[in-house]
Design a protein around this ligand. Structure first.
Ligand code: SAH
Length: 349
């Protein structure tokens, strides 16, 4: 049995052919799933009984169960705690804006990158999500909010480039007309900086936005925050980014979480300017989200502003990320972790 959401249209057509069915049935099935939110073969009423039976013998449609919905009271942010059929829990965040709805999807159950400030990685990685499982986060969220989602950020739990093949197939399908038809320019992939995969991504010539979780202007400081810095240097990351820009002509985003008494000094800001000057980029400053499990503290507003001003005065376009859904722990694995804890699924905490 396979999850039909893992299949592209071409693959389902192929299956139809092999099963002595007309190829156009594939498009009809996907219309039900993607355009009409119908996730039960029995309710697809232009599909014959015989075809339905064949489909049911080979496929299931895996839409995660909603374990809980958290609605922020300060803004239009929703956080969904989903459960997949194997019992694993993940979280997905939806932000409703006037200009369209955005979703932050998870790409793995847990994460093995070990960033010290991040809650997603505390229990390590359980497994990769399949492309269909990533896509289903969007399908279910659209049904829940009763509206179309038009922007995707791959910034939930997991490292997308550590689940490269599934994430690429997800991007391919979500971008297709028969599926959700979300434009590449409306998709951002965030990575802690897996250099060879950034280059591979560049060679695909896609129009998605690449975001790099940089968080420090030099390797020594970065190594204190992110184990991946022991594997790839900032110089190597910059070279890969320049290649990405050269191939795609897209502006790269650098994410920089500001941590008190660590990476928010004037000197760090100047070092960052020197690093990024001349690169087609944008910096997103994130006041670090304080999670219970570590002692990374948020920078003061004064330091955040000073950092911002130094970058802007040097003509590096910078934004300070709005903290969405702060009252519902809408950041990075915090909810899954507190859920697992309250169900005694995390030991020693
Ligand atoms: N693994 C990918 C994507 C998931 S994390 C990556 O590293 O980019 C999404 C973003 O949230 C990353 O920039 C990550 O560094 C950041 N992040 C994780 N925990 C955070 C925290 N406690 N406060 C602020 N940002 C955090």
């Amino acid at each position: 049995m396979y999850n039909i959401l893992d299949l592209s249209l071409d693959k389902l057509k192929q299956w139809m052919k092999e099963n002595k069915e007309s190829e156009f049935r594939a498009k009809q099935v996907f219309d039900w799933i993607y355009k009409k939110n119908t996730w039960d073969f029995d309710n697809m009423n232009n599909i014959s009984k015989v075809t339905k039976e064949k489909l049911k013998k080979s496929f299931y449609i895996e839409i995660p169960e909603v374990v809980h919905v958290y609605k922020s009271s300060v803004d239009d942010t929703f956080k969904f705690l989903y459960r997949y059929r194997d019992g694993n829990i993940i979280e997905t965040v939806v932000m409703k804006y006037k200009h369209g709805n955005s979703i932050c999807v998870s790409t793995q159950i847990g994460c093995r990158m070990g960033c010290k400030f991040c809650a997603s990685t505390k229990e390590g990685m359980v497994r990769n999500l399949t492309n269909g499982e990533i896509l289903a986060q969007i399908l279910k969220a659209q049904e829940e909010i009763g509206a179309r989602i038009s922007n995707i950020v791959l910034m939930g739990s997991g490292e997308p480039l550590d689940n490269y093949d599934n994430v690429m197939e997800f991007l391919n399908i979500v971008n297709s007309e028969y599926s959700l038809n979300i434009g590449q320019r409306h998709i951002t992939l965030s990575t802690c900086g897996i250099v060879p995969k950034i280059k591979e991504l560049a060679d695909r010539n896609m129009q998605i936005t690449l975001a790099i979780s940089l968080h420090a202007p030099n390797d020594d400081l970065r190594k204190n925050m992110m184990p991946i810095a022991n594997k790839y240097t900032i110089d190597e990351i910059m070279e890969a980014c320049k290649y990405y820009i050269y191939k795609t002509k897209r502006r790269v985003t650098f994410e920089y979480a500001l941590v008190k008494e660590s990476n928010d000094s004037k000197e760090c800001a100047i070092e960052l300017v020197n690093l990024l000057k001349g690169t087609l980029c944008h910096v997103n400053l994130i006041p670090v989200n304080e999670v219970k499990e570590n002692n990374f503290k948020k920078s003061s507003m004064d330091n955040i502003k000073r950092f911002y001003n130094i970058l802007m005065e040097s003509n590096i376009e910078t934004t300070i990320r709005r903290e969405m859904g702060s009252d519902i722990d809408a950041a990075c694995g915090q909810l899954r972790r507190s859920y697992l804890k309250s169900n005694n699924e995390v030991k020693g905490v």
